[in-house]
Ligand binder design. Structure first.
Ligand SMILES: Cc1cc2nc3c(=O)[nH]c(=O)nc-3n(C[C@H](O)[C@H](O)[C@H](O)COP(=O)(O)OP(=O)(O)OC[C@H]3O[C@@H](n4cnc5c(N)ncnc54)[C@H](O)[C@@H]3O)c2cc1C
Length: 421
């Protein structure tokens, strides 16, 4: 595998860029693996990488029904942050952010992680108090956090509707180490690095059924034949319930909803931060890509579906939120929009856990915040699969937490998946 460096770029440039190697192999699936991860999104690929890198395991496959990054991995708005407060979430997302900070070096692949500040607007004294509590917790637990007053915010981001806003803006809660990254590059970087340890990445290989014996999965039925597996990890995001049923299990506390993303035509530099606005039913987040397009999104589409396309009321709603906060966006032309299928859990928090089957492990429930989580998710899921016990950081990320009354509901929104983001 080519090691990327300034020298490699120069050398290949001088030879007409004809000598770059494939970034990962395209192997035929073997009849048996010690571990099969289902789902070649960010979480599946990161898991395979950390299984090899942290635990020395090698006989591993990732099976993906289409192409790498064709799911939510390549459809998200790429916001990375760790501004969580609840025990477990806090440590987990901060660990993830720390992994992000070194990811390009770790993978020898430029994931274009840009720490450009995550700025959440505040619209009332009550919101400011809540933010102070959350952001102080972040500081006390080793992260970075700031509250900006109005003059500071106006200096940093002049284009917001300060004078005629539907909801008055009184300041912002800011995490400076947060930012964005290039989603495809993260998938490719993990794939390439996992492949270099001998992990087989098998694309166009859908799991269509699971064979069970004595409380274990023995083999996976796939569109490329039967694959026997010692252990199986599910990392299929919005399709988790379908695979859960294939395993002969009952119901997951997950609903599959779709979420849309939008990109405008390329514009001159307008916004240097990730800006978030959410109050009174409005929800909107926006950043500007390196190519100049404004990348933004809002709420989920509010009905369950496996379709990777959105509906017009959600477009309307998002665009209303956009122009309410940044009226100048009304002049920008929308270039593209699409949807992904989100695995929305009852408390907005994930599952990285064992299951009723001895050798089946679950990674799901990322709602629409799983991009930033992917490094830590892969890290802890690999640890769970390798050692068959959860690390203390993810001890509450299990399916029984609803029965046990464990609360990691960051928003305090209650058991309605639609309300969690
Ligand atoms: C519009 C949008 C905006 C978002 N914005 C953000 C954001 O700004 N920040 C953030 O942190 N998160 C964001 N997210 C959420 C984030 O993208 C997801 O939580 C995360 O990508 C999910 O994990 P994944 O990458 O592993 O999922 P996916 O990429 O969906 O991977 C799952 C894979 O499983 C495969 N699969 C399914 N069924 C089978 C089968 N039977 N056999 C084999 N393979 C199968 C699918 O093809 C898919 O490739 C957003 C999501 C969307 C859609």
């Amino acid at each position: 595998m080519t090691r990327f460096s300034a020298w490699a770029v120069l050398k290949n440039g001088l030879t007409g860029n004809r000598n770059w190697q494939r970034q990962w192999r395209d192997p035929e699936p073997k009849p048996h693996y010690d571990i099969v991860i289902i789902g070649g999104g960010l979480h599946g690929l990161a898991t395979a990488y950390y299984l090899a890198r942290n635990h020395g395991l090698r006989n591993i496959a990732v099976v993906e029904k289409s192409w790498l990054g064709g799911g939510n991995a390549g459809r998200n708005t790429t916001i990375v942050r760790s501004n969580y407060m609840m025990r477990g979430n806090r440590q987990f997302y901060e660990h993830s952010l720390k992994l992000w900070e070194n990811l390009s070096h770790e993978l020898n692949y430029n994931v274009m992680f840009s720490q450009r500040h995550h700025v959440s607007l505040l619209h009332s004294p009550a919101a400011r108090d809540a933010a102070a509590r959350r952001y102080n917790t972040m500081r006390l637990t080793g992260s970075d956090a700031e509250l900006w007053d109005l003059p500071t915010l106006q200096r940093q981001i002049p284009h917001i509707n300060y004078t005629n806003a539907r909801f008055p803006i009184i300041g912002a809660a800011v995490q400076k180490r947060a930012g964005t990254a290039r989603h495809d590059a993260v998938a490719w970087g993990y794939a390439r690095a996992a492949d270099s340890y001998g992990v087989d990445i098998v694309q166009n290989c859908a799991v269509t059924g699971m064979q069970r014996e004595n409380g274990r999965i023995t083999a996976l039925e796939t569109t490329r034949g039967i694959i026997r597996a010692g252990k199986v990890g599910l990392a299929v995001a919005g399709h988790s319930s379908l695979l859960w049923q294939q395993a002969g299990l009952d119901q997951l506390p997950i609903e599959s909803h779709k979420l849309q993303a939008f990109v405008t035509e390329p514009l001159k530099p307008l916004l240097d931060q990730v800006l978030v606005y959410g109050v009174g039913g409005a929800h909107f987040y926006i950043s500007q890509s390196d190519k100049g397009g404004l990348v933004f999104g809002g709420d989920i589409d509010w009905y369950k579906s496996y379709a990777q396309r959105g509906n017009l009321p959600a477009v309307w709603d998002t665009v209303e939120s956009a122009t309410a906060i940044m009226p100048c966006l009304g002049r920008a032309r929308l270039l593209r929009h699409w949807a992904g299928v989100m695995d929305m859990s009852m408390d907005g928090s994930p599952f990285i856990c064992t299951t009723p089957l001895d050798n089946l492990f679950l990674n799901a429930g990322w709602n629409y915040g799983g991009f930033k989580a992917s490094p830590a998710s892969g890290w802890y899921f690999a640890d769970l699969i390798a050692n068959e016990r959860p690390d203390p950081v993810i001890q509450d990320f299990h399916l029984d937490r609803f029965h046990q009354g464990i609360s990691i509901d960051e928003r305090g929104a209650g058991p309605d998946p639609k309300l969690h983001g």
